[in-house]
Ligand binder design. Structure first.
Ligand SMILES: [Zn+2]
Length: 472
């Protein structure tokens, strides 16, 4: 009960899910280490299969005269909306972060250049990353299990191929398992590929069917060559002479070597800081269990006054030097510790912080945990109720006899009863007694009419108990 602020813990995640890495962290202040070995999202074989899938799908629809695209519309590319959406069952503030863009440096072996002339991409000895990787955060596997992050169509178009039924808990690149994916051709002939979907989640629409912008396509998963749930989104200008061609990076920027203009209706900023969640936990949140174990978040919004409460903030795209403001607010709107600030030490695509306290939750009611970052405040509410301590539970066992009674009732309690009030069924007070010196052990109620009453008693330590009495 007397323990003070115990600790400030930093734990971080640097999630780059197409990279081979083994998350590790220290549960005190410390750094996160990951394996910098880099491997592609698709093996070369799978990449060839994927291209063939698109080419064959389009050729087949064309042959059946069902292809929606016609040549005269070529060149007018769509403007994409964001292909990721939080399911309405998830109450996090946001659920995604970006681990990799398209690599525009044609050299391999760690020669990296994203559209913005940064290095938020990757390559290998024979592959430059060709898509956008968006991963789920926080509690990445839990979000997948809960169908928490949906992949939706970035633009209207025709399903030219799709695949489902593949294992979806991949943790490494040594797999020959295919991915679950949807391939959509837009009205200008361009093609968008949505890959790594959860097994069984792929849209039930058929090849050849049309989809609207924002329509559900699947759930973010980890099928195929993947180290965790993420969407790989890859775009081509189209199929020419039966060959998928013209890789696009939908982001416009001075180092985009593929296309000058943005393919986004509203291009997101390169660094896009956000509070993905402000949460309270009953135990240390289990954020990085060994892949592919689902995290145990220990999220709780109901506590008792003597509990330890863990206050966590889960951020996206934090930059060293950024400021985070934090506050715990009591039910009467007073601040528990005042507003405190921390300065971000490390630039990362995702990171989390937590603090834990016990012995401070002295007020019953609805509390608030408030995090302010990047111009946004997220307020999380939680409830604190009174802890039933040993003394109180002893008082709870107080009884009155006889009941039903005729004239005098005797109070049996391990604690001294210092006040007693009898009210009738309408709530009208009939009798009120106080005796702080010797306590109240019996009450003469012989003058009452037959019927039901309530006896409200209070102990010397201010616990109260209400007992129903029947006079007959
Ligand atoms: Zn990828």
């Amino acid at each position: 009960m007397t323990s003070k602020i115990t600790h400030l813990l930093f734990i971080l995640l640097t999630s780059v899910y197409c990279f081979a890495q083994t998350p590790s962290f220290e549960a005190t202040e410390g750094a996160f280490v990951f394996n910098p070995e880099k491997k592609p999202c698709l093996t070369e074989q799978q990449r060839n299969d994927m291209r063939l899938t698109v080419e064959t799908g389009i050729a087949s629809l064309k042959h059946q005269n069902r292809l929606s695209f016609s040549e005269e519309r070529r060149g007018n590319h769509p403007l994409f909306s964001w292909p990721i959406q939080k399911a309405n069952t998830v109450d996090f503030n946001d659920v995604w972060a970006i681990s990799g863009y398209v690599d525009h440096d044609s050299e391999f072996n760690n020669n990296l250049l994203d559209y913005n002339c940064g290095s938020r991409t990757y390559d290998t000895s024979n592959y430059n990353h060709q898509g956008l990787d968006v991963y789920t955060w926080p509690f990445t596997w839990k979000l997948m299990d809960d169908n928490g992050v949906e992949i939706i169509a970035a633009a209207p178009g025709q399903i030219v191929a799709k695949s489902d039924g593949a294992f979806d808990r991949s943790c490494d690149f040594n797999t020959t398992t295919p991915w679950n994916a949807v391939y959509i051709q837009h009205s200008d002939g361009s093609v968008a590929i949505y890959g790594h979907m959860k097994n069984g989640s792929v849209t039930t629409k058929n090849i050849g069917d049309m989809v609207t912008e924002g329509e559900y396509l699947g759930i973010v998963g980890s099928s195929g060559v993947s180290t965790g749930p993420h969407l790989h989104f890859e775009v081509y200008e189209g199929v020419v002479d039966n060959v998928l061609t013209g890789l696009i990076d939908p982001f416009s920027g001075s180092c985009n070597s593929m296309n000058a203009d943005s393919w986004w209706a509203d291009q997101k900023p390169y660094v896009n800081p956000k509070i993905n969640a402000a949460l309270t936990h009953s135990q240390v949140p289990n954020v990085f269990p060994p892949c592919p174990t689902t995290e145990t978040p220990h999220i709780s919004n109901t506590f008792e006054t003597d509990d330890t409460i863990y206050f966590a903030a889960y951020l996206r795209d934090q930059t060293a030097g950024d400021n985070i403001q934090l506050e715990i607010i009591r039910p009467d709107n007073s601040s528990l510790f005042g507003n405190w600030n921390i300065t971000v030490g490390t630039t990362a695509s995702s990171w989390y912080y937590y603090w834990y306290y016990s012995g401070y939750f002295d007020m019953v009611g609805e509390w608030k945990w408030q995090v302010t970052f990047a111009g946004e405040t997220v307020t999380h509410t939680f409830n604190v109720s009174s802890a039933l301590n040993v003394d109180q539970s002893d008082f709870n066992q107080t009884s009155v006899y006889p009941n039903p009674f005729n004239d005098v009732v005797t109070i049996s309690s391990v604690k001294k009863v210092t006040s007693a009030t009898v009210v009738d069924v309408l709530g009208k007070s009939i009798l009120s007694l106080n005796n702080t010196s010797e306590g109240i052990n019996s009450i003469d109620l012989s003058h009452l009419l037959n019927g039901m009453y309530f006896l409200i008693i209070e102990s010397e330590t201010k616990e109260t108990k209400t007992i129903k009495l029947i006079k007959e």
